[in-house]
Design a protein around this ligand. Sequence first.
Ligand code: ADP
Ligand code: TYD
Length: 216
Amino acid sequence: MEAIKRKSLFIAFEGIDGSGKSTQLRRLTEFLQRKGYKVHTTAEPTTRPIGRMIRDIFNHRMVADNRTIAGLFVADRLDHILNKDDGMLRLLDEGYIVITDRYYMSSYAYQGAHVPLEWVIGANSLASELLRPDITIFIDMPVGKALDRVRKGRNTLELFESEDNIRQVTAMYEKVIKMIGSDENIVRINGDRSEDEVADEIETLVVAFLHDSLNS
Ligand code: ADP
Ligand code: TYD
């Protein structure tokens, strides 16, 4: 009973591009695996057909309206939750800790900057009812520094990665955290530190959560 409770943990990482999400997701995964947990890491947009279509739009291989993109993210997310091969509900059921790089808060922040936020939240309501993160780790990072990190890694920016857009997305994240903060367990982590410092704080937080859920 206790083991099932402990293992069915669902964590979402959120933050702007370059905030360090993927790096910290990898670090947390390795940390939990060293402790003996079964961990499944995943990301949105997914690598499945709907996710691939979204990436084609981001890489300018296909053109789509922002409203269409918002709809595709909803469909990709439902497939991410529900598909029978490696859907998140199935893996949680099998006892994996599931950690995702981005989830519905990304749609609120990124699509909410272009289409009405109420619509985005409504369109994602099935996903938020089906599977709500136990912890959403929001990595807070100044826009300029986050984009410097992205630019260092590659020389082109994807759709949505202009400085103006990322500033808008940052403002949307703040708005959304205020709006839904009381219904969700959102933990803000200062990402403007060394990789090790950020990883230590996240590990401490997740260990405390596992400990609490074990003892409740
Ligand atoms: P995201 O997934 O949020 O876009 P990444 O984890 O891919 O961010 O990090 C973006 C870039 O910044 C990568 O090149 C990564 O190595 C680097 N990076 C990540 N965390 C830190 C950190 N704490 N300090 C300095 N550079 C970092
Ligand atoms: P990705 O290459 O995974 O970027 P990163 O590693 O920086 O997260 O692409 C994800 C992009 O998709 C990113 O710019 C944010 C955007 N996005 C949305 O616009 N809406 C969403 O619902 C999600 C999940 C991502």
